[in-house]
Design a binder for this molecule. Sequence first.
Ligand code: ADP
Ligand code: ZN
Ligand code: ZN
Length: 703
Amino acid sequence: MPHSVPVAVPTPAHSAVGGLLTYASEQPLAPGALVRVPLGSREMLGVVWDGPAPAMPAGMAPRAVAGVLDGLPPLGASWRQLATFTARYYQRGLGEVALAALPPQLRGLSAAQLARRLQRRAAGAPATDAAGLQALPPLTPEQAAALARIAEGGGPFLLFGATGSGKTEVYLRCVQRLLATEPGAQALVMVPEINLTPQLEARFTARFGADAVVSLHSGMSNPQRLKSWLAAHAGAARIVLGTRMAVFASLPRLRLIVVDEEHDPSYKQQEGARYSARDLAVWRGHTEGATVVLGSATPSLESWHHSRPPASHAPTDPGGRYVRLAMPARVGAGALPRVRLVDMNQQPRNTLFSAPLLAAVRERIARGEQAMVLLNRRGYAPVLHCVDCGWKSDCPHCSAYQVFHKADRTLRCHHCGFTQRVPRACPSCGNLDIAPLGRGTERLEEHLAELLADARRPDGMPVRIARIDADSTRAKGALQAHLAAVHDGSVDVLVGTQMIAKGHDFRRITLVTAVNPDGALFSSDFRAAERLFSLLMQAGGRAGRDAAFMAARAAQGTAAELWVQTAHPGHPLFAALRSHDYPAFAAQQLAERAAAAMPPFAYQALVRAEARTQEVAQGFLGAAAAQAGGLPGAAQVTLYPAVPMAVQRVADIERAQMLVESPSRAALQQLLAAWQDALHALRADPAHRGLVRWAIDVDPLAI
Ligand code: ADP
Ligand code: ZN
Ligand code: ZN
């Protein structure tokens, strides 16, 4: 009599079975075992799951398991719990979530191939617990206090440390202590974008040895990813350093989770299961008994609120459940950058680079220091237009403009990727005078090169400008080369998008400037101010990081500065920025959010629909809303009318969304869970069949 086993398989995202199918096996199979099973006409990787196998429809017998990847220890109960929670919380199929969390190459391997991989790995040098404790700088008092508190246990901890306060050193010491005190224990260290911070990887391998550390991120080849994953799963890798996907790493002895720059939006996955790796890290730490350390100089308002002291918000408020640890000072008595605002109302119209700012940049160059120029828009100009007839470079497939890229004379849509040669004349009236409108990093770099053509470095050489954005770093190794040039001082001015603001430990930058950040002050997105404040603080944090360098130059008048050009110098955001007062900024934002009942005082989800027309997409959402009324949880949930998305059409598909909001997370979850079946049924309805795609985004970051 064969055994019936439940197996998680990647059934299509919206199949109602939830991803668990029943298979027959001659021998009993442990939950967590990896198997190959037939699905339709294909064979798939699946994971044996817990509990009874789903009942088969009458008259049908389960198909047989095709093979077992024995030799590999089964995925642990806590890993299975994590996958189950993720699928339920983010409203996706269990099989889809579980299989997407495994390295892609595992899907194609036979048991024999896998056995060979495992042998090869086992032959490698064993990881050691010996960490280089000698060669280390003494901790600052703030670092020591934070570490001591973390060592007491509890948490989750929010390490609220200024830029350059030495947060990374705290993470390193937490890991070090763990490895020294708990044999075999593992640590997960997450960063927003690992490619942006090769330095961090170097610091971890320098401290713990290359064998103890593995990386997990999407920039790796599939064989590399499999190798890292196997090392973590087998317990040989003691430290996993990775991006958001690493939150799903199989770590049988996980004891510590660090989420660096926890405020960073890239922790949120934006397709498939739209999970927040930061939030899952907190959940995982809680269920697995691992210490969680979230770090940031500008925490998300959610984490800030969760770490509020008692009674800060209301007399009866017991406080948040996170423990806030503050490190306000920079290492080595370094000063945070002085903030200067340039009132653009006092400058000639259409000035991109004000005269005082240009003078400040020249001064830096003459002294052999570096300057950084931030403009969060890539390309040469966001639009090309005809001065005669008003034609603009619309994308034919999206409700967006095609961006002008001068280097390769193309118009490119940043939403659908549609690319065209720049037309010689206006496609609408034939006028030869078509001109770029607005500015991107490419144009800024060109403009700066002109403005600084006669500026000289102390060695008499002309100024060198580098640009870092998604375009200039597309080629393999280009980003590393650019960063290396900044680090070794061969670049004087670094121009770039938010990529240059993140985490870099630059030593000789003394001036950072945001040339045109005003757009975000009046955005319809309620999180825009939060994102702008953190971007400016993080960017400013790249200036004056090396206290010894700054001290040695003080006599020449060098000070670290952040310059912001704005037409709204009186905006309260800038007042808080000037005094580096994140708590004041957060308090003001949270008061607004509380008054408007917005996150973190309310919980949100978006139901999105895509179709050929807005009518069909919105019609689907309207019908879905009509069904939600009587469902459990509905009484505490507000459904807003369906509206077109901000970028309404992408690649010829119309997109609409409906905001769903509740003061109770439980009520929202209850409704969403019950709603799933209705949505599946609705989509199968003849009125919508084949016409609509839908998805739910729980805790969306942009609405
Ligand atoms: P953060 O992540 O908070 O911005 P880092 O951890 O990168 O800051 O630290 C900033 C700089 O200070 C780094 O170059 C680091 O090597 C150095 N540093 C950190 N802790 C100490 C310490 N206790 N003594 C001396 N230098 C330190
Ligand atoms: Zn024209
Ligand atoms: Zn497009």
